[in-house]
Design a protein around this ligand. Sequence first.
Ligand code: IVH
Length: 661
Amino acid sequence: MDKKKALTIINKLRKEINYHNHKYYIENNPVISDFDFDKLLKELEKIESKFPELINPDSPTQRIGEKPLDHFETVNHITPMLSLANTYNDDELRDFDNRIRKKFDKISYVVEPKIDGIGVALVYEKGFLVRGVTRGDGVKGDDITSNLKTIKSVPLKLDKIDNGLLEIKGEIFMSKSGFNKLNKNLLEKNQSPFANTRNAAAGSIRQLNPKIVANRPLDIFVYQISYSDIIIKNHEESLIILKKAGFKTNPLTKKVENIEEAIVFCKELEKIRDELDYNIDGAVLKVNSIEKQKFLGSTTKNPRWAISFKFAAQQATTNLLDINIQVGRQGTLTPVAILEPVKIGGVIVSRATLHNFDEIKRKDIRLGDIVLVERSGDVIPQIVKSIIEKRKMKNTYFTIPEKCPVCATKIIKESDEVAVRCPNKMCPARLKWRVKHFASRDAMDIEHLGFSTIDKMLEKNLISDISDIYFLTIEDILSIEGFKEKSAQNLIDSIEKSKNMNFERFIYGLGIRHVGKYAAQIISRKYSSIDELINSDEEDLKNIYGLGDKIAFEIASFFSNNENIKLIQRFKEVGVKTEKRRLKKDLPFKDKKFVFTGILSSFSRNKAADIIKNKGGVILSSITKTTNYVIVGENPGSKLEKAKKLGLKLLNEEEFILLMK
Ligand code: IVH
């Protein structure tokens, strides 16, 4: 390949990667798989490595790769980073409005979520990112440019704005789901987990090694153009400009015409805070007109044109009554704090995770302590710390048990692991989790087989391994308290139906250590039956792109255990599909592209997607000219309009069901 050709390919790849980055990180609406995205990036890396002179600082390959720093340089902000004055109730918000309306009769505000992360200033010159600075003392902060570049939702080059100097303010945060995953990884490596998403974001962006930062699930919302050459009339307009330039702005922003409307929207935001995948600790009210903002000005600390409305705290102190021990799917013993029930953000919390025994020691948590607990949405309630000042002399240390609390087998601690485990593969606690995992929505999706039913089945010795669920008779199920003819038959029917589940879900359902949904997907692309997988060796597995040594080892050791081979044998005996369906080329909807819009009434999107995939179709999240079918449910979104414009084939739910018959 000559240099000219290389440049053409490089430009095409960069454009494509930037487009998918935007779809994934800004719009939350990916149109290709992670796997295919990685392939594009690897390809670009390969060509750039052959022609290093063609590498630009704004190439997507340049996000990571800078060497660790030994400290952060201190740099001045272009404009000061102020903080906001807080209000805690409606009247305080009305006071703020009254102060402003002494100067202006009519005033519009923009209300937006107050993101609970860390403030940052981004500087662009001629459209290129040149600097990222932490808030610091408001006048000067730390230069975190190389870390900032690893955040994929930070554009390295702006669209449509390329004039002189630009300073933008925003908030770096970590999503709740990203935080849960990060803590899980840290714990596996015997490192201390973070107590909340804010600490996780702050701790991550302050790492001196950008390679570590790149692996932290950081994200950003930007909310202010604090310096620019362009004339902007109002805040609303600046958010539109930012979005068009490629930034991620918060979609829950609303322009209101008076303070009462603002108050209503603040309350709405508070109501939905738990449903968001990021933490917000309040709402921010901003005077919309930039001219009026300038007129109102700032004190040394706060702008007079903006204020924050703080939501109820998500932390509370309570008494640590006891520490229980849970035995997980892999036999890991996890300590769980039993708390004197306490209300946090409207929810009663009586349990919190303590992660592992090392954490109890590290945080010096003792039975009887008063502890600070934090809860936010789907994040498992966490113990932030013990309030040492309130500790009574007699509060006792917690001791790690020597035996499994469920089956009394002597527990083990492998030297390279943090986890303390019950080694008994037949421990009823482990089996319960394994069955639950196997039956779960993302695995074999066995409806009506919930936790308490599984518990009762174990109590009655109806099952002693996962495959036993396929040997259950209606009489067995009727013997379980709470089941009647109809419900028992329903359960039998769902168990029967699950025998035909696709291969990828079956692999995931086996619950092999470290084999999550993604790994199961990769495996099912490579192998077409469980026998092929059993006959593969660790080396073959290691060579599969995307799997890694750890997973390869776990798969090989799973199938080297005779008990597991017998388990597979039993699945086959009862007719569970342990291979891939027909070849794709024979499938009726091979490679046909489907897009959903609106809500389906007879099944979930996941189910409908499975039906389509089983017939060879692919599901995309956005409409293009080449979409073959658009399935329209109730309350369809803007995709319907677009589909109509493009003259695509629309299917209502009934037509879809008929087509799939
Ligand atoms: S406006 C002068 N908007 O909250 C304008 N700040 O206590 C000040 N924050 O320093 C910032 N979400 O780090 C603004 N939508 C939002 C925000 C927000 C979070 C942070 C920011 C600021 C702090 C104020």
